[in-house]
Each structure stands twice: as structure tokens, then as C-alpha cells.
Design a protein. Structure first.
Length: 679
């Protein structure tokens, strides 16, 4: 009886690792990040009350914490929901703002956000606190010059003030909009001050419109999208003041015109402030990143009123060219973006199925994406308005994922949302690497030294001998069954020999990593065996062509269903675990989410067009067998299907711990093996 299990703790490990924020090297380069977030929605005089400034501030603070990793003691949040000492009264503002700003050092970065009213009186400009009294303005409001003094006395290298003022749509206010944000910005910063920039939600004589559908102001809604990564057009994980301004200006102005039929155009002072970094974003796991990328793409598709889009396979640079890599991660990210985008589309637009897009875009090359003449048939014959592609690039110990929404009409890039995911041991395996964690440095799976250890040019784990031998040996066996004859345990089998090559893949830094190959012949049935020398219980995730053999779904390591590997009772003899094919759930799913029983379809080498991966429109990992092993915490040709057989599998919980190693074995058509070795 085979055992399958859930490795539920891996996701927790990801979140714990990310909670530490950016790496120490990055923090040393950019300094610390600080933020002051203020909203005044309710007033003692309720005629001044606003609707969405509270949610504006809450959303902004959440993004600064989650995406920029600003710690709790570095962020001052003053809203109606804050404790009495932090509610946005005049006395609290005067005490708390300078207190936090005084903590910033000369290499640090400060972001100050204010959403509320600005008000003029006797030639002066004021910010309106919660306890504002219109009959006693000078005694109850915060003068603009006082806010300017707070900023100029702060030692931080950059101070980015964001003002969302002059709110429209509140019928109860004495002066429904107060001063426009541009006027307040100029009053706070009448002349350039080194390191200071002000972004205003609207220009002179304009209003900041509230967007009831989104429960935000238009400006702050798009500001949040900018700060969470939408403005990071070059995908370097750093957001500059210029990037935030350009991103919000384009989207706020077009949304105000489309939704309300009015003008609202953000403004920044000074405009020639250069390109200072105002926020550094921390990496995020692939699932969160792909969901966020899809959300950005959804907004752009709706804003531009596109009717039909398709998501192409993502690319990963290999040497000097960009091509499909023999790795699982690019296709996994493409699939996640596609799935999330379909969820968001509703009836607003159509997201082509991968099968339909594959047929429509057959023969389309990467270089054709920016060529209107090459893309015109897609628009004319298929009605496709835009294609979405993506590129994954290594940046130190992170992986940058950058999407591109490309118009089929003129080849222009309509949007380029991006993000950064942290390389981990799992993702090194997903990118085709083979390694053992023996001799692994101390640290979590995202630690720089740990990732570098996994990517080192040591020998393939299957080639290690003696004390360094890897405790799990992966073998591929050919099943020598006659046609139409039932396969039993007595059916002859033959182990396939490995061929060792150092020709592929060549890494970006010029290192050559040896890999293992096996020769495969069309219609050959095969099995995967794991010889377990490990003396304790362990788990194995097994992928063929990037598809998990459990459930036949595209999954990445660390998030996939795994097999339980029981240790041998005899220390001198390994325990052998045999995986005969694809295990497909055919029974009802239980309350715990586990299938009740499975059907097994044997592995068979088939023409690539008939493979399981190509049927699911994944072409990047074909030819790869991957096995990842986890300890228990105190946790070409393609592969197709042979005959179906019944199998009983027992589902069992397993507290997965650290990764022990990843094995990648490539299989190639036996007719091509000699040619490949000669290259």
C-alpha cells in the first residue's frame, strides 16, 4: 500500500521566512524604512466628516507592512480606530509625528501619508485634525509650516510626503473639498528642500474623488497599487518617487475621466527631484506574487476595455538568449497568473484557455511580440486584444518576475507589473538544480548562504559516494511487458543506465553543472524507484515533466502532495519505493479534502504532442524527472499514460521539516542521445 501525505508546514515556513523582511545586505544599502500614516475621517464637528479616508489609511499601512516589511515600531498609524493617544487630534499630531521622525537616521527613508482636509485662513494653510473648530482655526488646526518643520528637522535621506486632500462627494462638510491637495503641498513645501518631495492627489482647482466601488479615494487606490509593486516598472524591487508619480498620474487621471467624467491629475513637487528610492519592497512567495500580478493586469485590462487576452508561457534567460528553460518555475508562475486572472475576469473580458491560445499563437516567436505585423493575425482572426508574457531573471538570491501586457494592435507594452520572489532551496530545484543539503550552512531556506550552497557547482548528488553518498537513490526502470499482457510483479524490468554529461545547463556565471541523462524510446513503459537509505521517516515529492504524479497537476516543490517514505527495518538493506505511474483521484473527496481512492495510469514515453504536460499546455519541463526529499519535523519525448489500474492509497499527515535534497534527471530520445553528447 502506498502512502500519500500533505506537507502543510512548508507554506508556514515561507511566511515565517518572509516575515523577517529584506536581507541584511539590502537594508545596509538602503537604510531603515519609516512611515507615518494619518487619516481624519470623523471630526468633532460632523459636518466635516469623510467616507473612505479611514480605509485609505488602513490599506496604505497594510501595504507598507506586508510589501515593504516596515516593522511595527517604525510605523505610526493615526486613525479614528487608534488608541486615544494616537487618534488624529491636534495635540497628538504635534507630539507623535516629530517623535517618530526623530528616530530616522541619515541613510533612512521616510514616507508620510495624510488623508483629510486642508483649509485656508488669513493667508495661511492648515491641515485639519479630528478636533478642528472652524470658529477657532489658528488654535485647532496644524499649520502647513509646522508640518514642513517636522520634515526638515528629520535627518532621513529622503522624506516623501503624500497628500490626499480636497475630497469630493461629501455633502455634509462645511466646505466639501477644502483646499486642493496641490495648494496644501505648495504651502508645506514652497521651495525645494533637500531630500523632500510632496505628491499631491490633485492639481489646482481639482478635487480628489472617492471611488465607492473600491471603498477608497481614486488617488489612494492607485497609490496602493503603486506602492505594492505596480510602479516598479524595472522590476528591481525598489520604488522611486518618479515611478510612483508617473504610475498614479496615468491611472488616476484616466479613472477620474472614465468613472466620473471629471479631471483629477496628481502633481509632484519638485518635479526635477531626480529618482530617489522611497520604498524598498521585500520578496514574496510565488502564489502571493502571481495573485498580485493578476490583480494588476485585471485592472489594466478593464481600464483599457480589452475584450480578449491570453497568457503565454513565461521565459527564463539561459545564457545570452531568452528561451524556455528546463525548469518548473516559469510555467508554474504563468499558470498561476492565468488561473487568478480567469477568477477576476467574470464577464468583463475573456481569458483564452491555454489550449485555444496555443493553437492561435502557434509559430509565434518571442521577438514577434513587439511587431504589429506579426501580431495582426491574432487580432484579425482570433479577436485577441493583448497577450501577457513574463520573464524570470535572477537577481542575487532573488528571482524577479516581470509581466508584460502587449497590445496586438501596435505591439506596445500596456502594463509591466513585476515582483520579486525569494530564491529558496525548493525554487532552486524547481529551476532544474540538483543538490544535497549535506554540509548546509545554518539558516532558513531563504538564507543567502543556504541558496548559494544549493546552487554551488558540486557534483550531482547521485554521483556522490562513501560518507558523502546521498541517502536517496533515484532509479528509472523499463517495464518489459508484452502488448496486451497484464503487468504483474513478475513482469521483467530492466534498470536504465545513467549517462553523465557536463554540457547542460550552463549557468549565467559560466559554471558547468553535471547532470544525469537516460535514453528513452517511444511507447516504452517505465517506473521510478527510490532506494531509501535514510534511517528515519521522510517524504518525497515526485514530478515528471513538471507535473506531480499525485493528481497529475502542475505544482512546485514545497507546495505539492508528497509520498511518505518509510525507513528500512534492516540497517544494511535500503527500503525500495516504486512509483509505477500517474495516480489520479477517482473517488469522492473526503471532508478533510483527501481523495478516497485512486486510479493509476502507468508511465509511458510518448511523442511530445501526446504527453500529459503538453495536453495541459506545459512545454518547459518536458524531459525532466524531479524528486525532492524532506525530513520529518520533530517534516522531444514526454511522459504519457499507459493502462489504468486500481490502487488504494492511504492519506496520512506528515509534519514536513527541512529539505534534504533535490534530484533532477533528464530523459531524451535514444536516437538523439549521441547527437546531444557530441554538442
Amino acid at each position: 500500500m502506498q502512502y500519500l501525505l500533505r506537507c502543510s508546514t512548508i507554506a508556514i515556513c515561507v511566511l515565517v521566512a518572509l516575515a523577517h523582511g529584506t536581507t541584511s545586505a539590502a537594508r545596509a544599502e538602503i537604510g531603515e524604512q519609516w512611515a507615518v500614516v494619518i487619516s481624519v475621517q470623523q471630526h468633532d464637528d460632523h459636518r466635516w466628516d469623510l467616507r473612505f479616508t479611514g480605509s485609505d489609511a488602513g490599506d496604505t499601512a497594510e501595504i507598507l507592512i506586508q510589501r515593504a516589511g516596515i516593522p511595527e515600531d517604525h510605523l505610526l498609524l493615526m486613525t479614528d480606530q487608534s488608541a486615544d493617544s494616537l487618534k488624529p487630534t491636534l495635540a497628538n499630531l504635534r507630539r507623535e509625528i516629530p517623535k517618530l521622525l526623530s528616530k530616522a537616521g541619515p541613510e533612512d527613508h521616510v514616507l508620510v501619508y495624510f488623508s483629510g482636509h486642508g483649509h485656508p485662513s488669513n493667508g495661511k494653510t492648515y491641515l485639519i485634525p479630528r478636533d478642528f473648530d472652524v470658529n477657532s482655526i489658528e488654535e485647532s488646526a496644524l499649520p502647513a509650516e509646522e508640518m514642513r518643520n517636522f520634515l526638515t528637522e528629520c535627518r532621513a535621506a529622503t522624506k516623501f510626503l503624500i497628500l490626499d486632500c480636497c475630497h469630493a462627494g461629501n455633502s455634509k462638510s462645511v466646505e466639501p473639498s477644502g483646499l486642493d491637495a496641490a495648494a496644501v503641498a505648495k504651502a508645506i513645501l514652497p521651495e525645494p528642500v533637500t531630500g523632500c518631495m510632496v505628491l499631491a492627489s490633485c492639481r489646482a482647482d481639482e478635487k480628489s474623488y472617492e471611488w465607492a466601488e473600491r471603498r477608497n479615494g481614486i488617488f489612494t487606490y492607485w497609490l496602493c497599487r503603486a506602492l505594492e509593486g505596480g510602479a516598479d516598472g524595472d522590476g528591481n524591487g525598489r520604488v522611486t518617487a518618479d515611478e510612483v508619480y508617473k504610475y498614479t498620474y496615468e491611472r488616476v487621471s484616466s479613472t477620474a475621466a472614465q468613472v466620473f467624467g471629471f479631471q483629477q491629475n496628481p502633481a509632484m513637487y519638485p518635479l526635477d527631484s531626480g529618482f530617489p528610492v522611497v520604498l524598498t519592497l521585500r520578496p514574496e512567495p510565488p502564489e502571493t506574487l502571481c495573485r498580485r500580478l493578476a490583480e494588476h493586469l485585471d485592472l489594466e485590462i478593464r481600464r483599457r476595455k480589452l475584450g480578449k487576452v491570453g497568457v503565454l508561457e513565461f521565459l527564463q534567460p539561459m545564457g545570452r538568449t531568452e528561451a524556455l528553460a528546463a525548469a518548473n518555475l516559469p510555467a508554474y508562475c504563468a499558470e498561476r497568473v492565468h488561473v487568478e486572472l480567469k477568477k477576476l475576469a467574470d464577464d468583463a473580458y475573456c481569458v483564452l484557455s491555454t489550449d485555444s491560445l496555443s493553437k492561435a499563437a502557434k509559430g509565434l516567436q518571442v521577438e514577434a511580440l513587439g511587431n504589429p505585423a506579426r501580431m495582426e493575425p491574432l487580432r484579425r482572426d482570433e479577436g485577441i486584444d493583448a497577450l501577457i508574457t513574463g520573464v524570470l531573471r535572477r537577481r542575487g538570491t532573488n528571482m524577479n518576475v516581470q509581466c508584460d501586457l502587449v497590445s496586438t494592435e501596435d505591439g506596445a507594452s500596456l502594463a509591466t507589473p513585476s515582483g520579486v520572489l525569494p530564491l529558496s532551496e525548493d525554487l532552486v530545484g524547481d529551476c532544474g538544480g540538483s543538490f544535497t543539503t549535506s554540509g548546509r550552512p545554518e539558516g532558513g531556506p531563504y538564507n543567502v548562504e543556504v541558496v548559494n550552497h544549493a546552487q554551488s557547482d558540486r557534483d550531482h548528488p547521485m554521483l556522490l559516494r562513501g560518507e558523502d553518498a546521498f541517502p536517496f537513490q533515484v532509479e528509472v526502470w523499463s517495464v518489459l511487458a508484452e502488448d496486451e499482457k497484464r503487468i504483474t510483479k513478475n513482469t521483467p524490468r530492466k534498470r536504465k543506465d545513467f549517462v553523465v554529461t557536463s554540457q547542460r545547463p550552463t549557468t549565467a556565471d559560466g559554471k558547468i553543472t553535471r547532470e544525469l541523462l537516460i535514453a528513452a524510446s517511444e511507447n516504452e513503459l517505465f517506473e521510478i524507484r527510490i532506494q531509501n537509505h535514510y534511517r528515519e521517516k521522510a517524504a518525497a515529492t515526485v514530478l515528471v515533466d513538471g507535473i506531480n504524479i499525485l493528481g497529475q497537476k502542475r505544482e512546485r516543490l514545497g507546495k505539492a502532495w508528497s509520498w511518505l517514505l518509510e525507513p528500512s527495518d534492516d540497517p544494511e538493506q535500503p527500503c525500495t519505493h516504486t512509483f509505477e505511474g500517474w495516480y489520479l483521484p477517482k473517488g469522492e473527496v473526503t471532508a478533510s479534502g483527501d481523495p478516497s481512492d485512486f486510479a493509476m495510469k502507468r508511465f509511458r514515453f510518448v511523442d511530445v504532442a501526446d504527453s500529459v504536460a503538453m495536453r495541459q499546455n506545459f512545454g518547459d519541463s518536458i524531459g525532466m524527472i524531479t524528486a525532492a526529499f524532506y525530513a520529518e519535523r520533530g517534516r522531444a519525448l514526454g511522459s504519457g499514460e499507459g493502462p489504468e489500474e486500481a490502487r488504494e492509497l492511504k492519506c496520512e499527515n506528515f509534519n514536513a521539516g527541512r529539505l534534504l535534497g533535490v534530484i533532477n534527471i533528464r530523459y531524451v530520445d535514444e536516437r538523439e542521445l549521441d547527437r546531444l553528447l557530441e554538442e
